[in-house]
Design a protein around this ligand. Structure first.
Ligand code: SF4
Length: 362
């Protein structure tokens, strides 16, 4: 996949293969979270706990042991750069209609069978077409493109943690917001270090079953639940996405259990997006998610007391309108990534004056 440059002034960098990345260089940074063990360097960022001998590349394709030090190898070297509406992340209760400068490098710490961005997530930075965009240049281009925030997105930002972390700190000082779109598969210490610089996050909760989680993603469910709880208790604005994959995550009883867990753990005000699956990557034999399944999932979530439940990837039907949980009126009507009407005033429904959870203004 080619790098797309939103600012139109940076050309893709030819070459820069794995041999270049196996020594400290332009796009390598020593990792922040790792320890040295007799078996190699142990990465502390995510529960995969990669232990790498010299020359070995991590599960997320984004880290290498060079001389018994752990290096991130796509620092300042994104393969995707775009300006997006914030609604695309999806974040529907966070600075509506604002523009977000979105970046990704190759790599992911999951291996989801249904990955929608597998061309960049399930590969390594030497195999994608990249540009040079160091953290200060990301911030400069974000400002230049009239964006309110920087989104770390598309692939898995946890795999390019150092690039995200350094960029987020500079962005915060420049008055910009930071948004993470992630699988949530991160250890508590690096998450807690990042939280002070984050303003919003959308976290995927892939399926509500430990065995299926492992089979579908290659990762465990509990660390993701822990991340959700940590973010929900922080000041970071949180929304959750559940991609409803036929025969994997579409069991309505299981969806009901997931929604009950969310309701019981303080997530009633957290928007939940049920997203329609389209056949991709290793699940091309499956059909798209039937609309009826998505409608029933939404019904189950509302029944469990979740207040803001959306259906994504079904355009033109009003399934992403925000409904006031008190009076039932549509307070924000959307079509695609555009807003048709907005009846939220000072964070409240203009019809009945009930507070609508969200960050509605800068
Ligand atoms: S972030 Fe990457 S290198 Fe670190 S433990 Fe996770 S998969 Fe391994």
């Amino acid at each position: 996949m080619s790098a797309l440059c939103a600012c139109g002034m940076m050309a893709p960098i030819p070459g820069w293969g794995m041999a270049d990345r196996k020594q400290p260089g332009k796009f390598s940074r020593e990792a922040i979270w790792y320890t040295t063990t007799p078996r190699g360097v142990l990465c502390g960022i995510c529960p995969n706990a990669c232990t790498l001998k010299p020359g070995e590349v991590s599960t997320c394709h984004n880290r290498i042991n060079i001389g018994n030090k752990l290096y991130s190898i796509a620092y300042g070297n994104p393969c995707a750069v775009h300006v997006d509406p914030i609604e695309k992340k999806p974040l529907l209760h966070f600075l509506p209609q604002s523009r977000t400068f979105s970046i990704a490098t190759a790599g992911c710490n999951f291996a989801c069978l249904n990955c929608q961005n597998w061309q960049i997530s399930q590969t390594s930075p030497d195999k994608t077409t990249n540009i040079e965009l160091m953290p200060d240049a990301v911030v400069a281009n974000c400002l230049k493109n009239d964006c309110t925030s920087i989104a770390y997105t598309y692939s898995e930002p946890i795999s390019f943690y150092e690039y995200m972390f350094d960029t987020a700190r500079i962005a915060r000082n420049a008055g910009l917001k930071n948004v993470m779109v992630s699988n949530g598969y991160i250890n508590p210490e690096p998450l807690n270090a990042l939280i002070p610089y984050l303003d919003a996050a959308n976290i995927d909760l892939k399926v509500f079953d430990q065995d299926l989680y492992l089979k579908l993603t290659g990762g465990k469910m509990q660390p993701v639940l822990d991340t959700l709880v940590t973010l929900q208790k922080s000041k970071v604005w949180l929304e959750i996405t559940n991609l409803v994959v036929p025969s994997w995550s579409d069991d309505l009883a299981m969806i009901g259990r997931m929604c009950r867990w969310l309701a019981d753990h303080g997530f009633r005000e957290v928007p939940l997006h049920f997203s329609r699956f389209t056949p991709l990557h290793k699940l091309t034999q499956l059909p798209v998610t039937p609309l009826n399944t998505l409608l029933k999932a939404r019904e189950a979530a509302l029944k469990e007391g979740l207040k803001y439940v959306y259906i994504g990837n079904v355009p033109g039907k009003g399934f992403e309108d925000t409904i006031c949980p008190a009076c039932g009126k549509a307070v924000v009507e959307r079509r695609g990534f555009s807003i048709l009407t907005n009846h939220i005033q000072n964070g409240r429904c203009a019809f009945c004056h009930t507070a609508v959870a969200g960050i509605w203004n800068t």
